[in-house]
Design a protein around this ligand. Structure first.
Ligand SMILES: Nc1ncnc2c1ncn2[C@@H]1O[C@H](COP(=O)(O)OP(=O)(O)O)[C@@H](O)[C@H]1O
Ligand SMILES: [Mg+2]
Length: 526
């Protein structure tokens, strides 16, 4: 197979995993894994592949300007590659290279261009509105809190259109598509340029979860035969299971051009989790998360008992059962077309909690949904009927007042949840409680994976999805108040009585009153 290759602009010869990535015909693909695995290099190669085609347009985006400009980063490397080549011209104020081109008949064509960009504090729409690319790439996509920028850039990809034969209407879809004509050399040239969206990343960072989900990256065990001893052992590798969006993993070992030993030595300086992550890639846990997966504790449900370390706790012996709710304002909140913020689209989340007499917090149930408020409240009522919590904590100021009032009208015991707007600050009790191994998750609940995925990859970046984490934070803040100094976490009196005032619940509807012994219809609704 022959791939188009502008050898005058690409001084490097791709190694095996890079070549595999460059040959992919797919619209969307990810190159990932270890640091030093040739990610930035391969994106630059891919962008330059068609840099001799008239009017070709490529973009490589990074999260911040600093990342773009660092030594050895993209701009630096492009300048090493392209400096002194007479047909490549750099416009420093635009961070853009322009390349001379010629039409198939030999006459001069419009410039091809490769633009380097960063998002900074801008919204992606502000920067790239109206832009059209045949190639758009994001280097180190893990630095992006959510997938808004990638989704927008993806929507800016267009096939090149011949200036003579222009567009035609597709008879089936009615959309305008390029009118490629067989005998026209320009049409044939443009027909041959694929449109491509490419990303590179490393596990970790605020983007860990959306990238893992987008490319459906999963763990796979395989038999590894030691070449020296012929012993066979099981090893882990990460594979992308999305048939439309391939993932090409790469490791330091693939890159024969780098001094692997000194690179590995520099990695030894880092802490263990981070080092393994950088060297081998690990998609299960994020080292940057505020909650460490090793700190999670688990319980089993057996009949009417919750079993912790072999000891059964009957559900009636729980000190209390309560709920926390995080309501999304509307279904469309955070959607790309009308967003006013850079937040991930949010979901409505309901969590049910149980507190044991020694203040272990059990996560009993979680439901998440993207639906309009009345639909969500119906689900809330269902959950409430099943678990019969003492109360459900909901925000009753700002946008939260609507759902809270609706829930109260249904007869639920709604308690105000006064919380800090700062999610990170709101989560401090939860972080502390997790670190002290006092949060227990159900081993077999179907919703557990979704909850754990968010909690153990959440870094606290404001743009990340945090609805599930929020219900956890609210629950921990609630039981901290409940402890009032008895909570073993706070036995040294680290919670001042005055600071407890703000936690006093403001009940504005209490039809069910306090239930001393509650009888859930089916408390084990996993
Ligand atoms: N195919 C290649 N040929 C020559 N050098 C390469 C090749 N791929 C990567 N390198 C070099 O290896 C080093 C690490 O690659 P880089 O792309 O920066 O990795 P990453 O972005 O994954 O950290 C860089 O100095 C880069 O120029
Ligand atoms: Mg890089």
């Amino acid at each position: 197979m022959k791939i188009p290759w502008c050898s005058q602009y690409i001084p490097h010869k791709p190694f095996r995993s890079q070549l595999e990535f460059l040959l992919l015909p797919h619209l969307d693909a990810l190159f990932g894994g270890a640091a030093g695995g040739g990610k930035s290099d391969v994106l630059l190669m891919a962008a330059l592949q068609y840099a001799d085609i008239p009017g070709y347009s490529a973009l490589i985006l990074r999260r911040t300007l600093v990342e773009l400009k660092q030594n050895e980063a993209l701009l630096d490397r492009a300048s090493q590659w392209l400096r002194g080549i007479p047909t490549a011209h750099y416009a420093a104020d635009e961070h853009t290279y322009y390349f001379d081109t010629t039409w198939p008949d030999g006459s001069p064509g419009p410039y091809a261009k490769l633009q380097f960009g960063y998002l900074g504090d801008y919204r992606v729409e502000e920067r790239y509105q109206g832009a059209e690319f045949q190639f758009a790439a994001i280097d180190e996509a893990g630095h992006f809190e959510n997938d808004q920028a990638p989704r927008y850039l993806f929507s800016r990809l267009r096939k090149k259109v011949c200036p003579i034969h222009k567009l035609k209407k597709d008879p089936v879809s009615g959309e305008n598509i390029p009118n490629y004509v067989d005998r026209c050399k320009t049409c044939q040239l443009y027909k041959g340029i694929p449109i491509r969206f490419r990303m590179s990343c490393n596990p970790g960072g605020p983007g860990h979860l959306w990238i893992k989900n987008r490319y459906q990256i999963e763990k796979e065990l395989y038999d590894y035969t030691d070449p020296a001893t012929q012993n066979v052992t099981k090893r882990i590798r990460w594979v992308g299971k999305n048939p439309n969006k391939p993932f090409v993993p790469s490791s330091l070992r693939d890159n024969e051009y780098i001094d692997q030993r000194s690179y590995r030595q520099s990695l030894q300086e880092l802490d263990e989790v981070r080092r393994l992550q950088l060297e081998h890639g690990d998609w299960d846990a994020s080292p940057d998360s505020r909650f460490r997966i090793q700190d999670a504790r688990f319980y089993k449900s057996k009949g009417e008992f919750f079993v912790i370390n072999g000891e059964g706790i009957h559900f009636q012996d729980l000190k209390k059962i309560f709920m926390t709710a995080d309501s999304a304002a509307t279904v469309k909140e955070g959607m790309i077309d009308q967003s006013t913020s850079k937040n991930a689209p949010s979901e409505t989340v309901y969590s049910v909690w149980g507190l044991t007499h020694d203040y272990k917090l059990l996560w009993l149930y979680m439901a998440s949904m993207r639906a309009e408020i009345p639909e969500c409240i119906k689900v809330l009522v269902q959950i409430y009927k099943v678990w019969k919590p003492q109360y459900v904590k909901m925000e009753t100021n700002g946008l939260g007042i609507g759902p809270a009032q609706l829930a109260a009208n249904y007869g639920l015991n709604v308690v105000n949840n006064p919380k800090s707007k700062d999610k990170l600050q709101n989560s401090i009790n939860a972080q502390l409680r997790m670190r002290n191994h006092r949060i227990y998750l159900p081993e077999e609940a179907p919703w557990l994976k979704k909850a754990m995925d968010q909690v153990f990859t959440w870094t606290g970046h404001p743009g990340m999805a945090d609805d599930i984490v929020d219900t956890l934070s609210d629950a921990c803040n609630d039981v901290t108040w409940e402890g009032q100094g008895y909570d073993p976490l706070f036995k040294n009196g680290s919670v001042l009585a005055s600071s407890l005032d703000r936690y006093i619940p403001q009940t504005f509807n209490m039809p069910l009153g306090y239930q001393k012994s509650f009888q859930p219809d089916n408390p084990f609704l996993f």
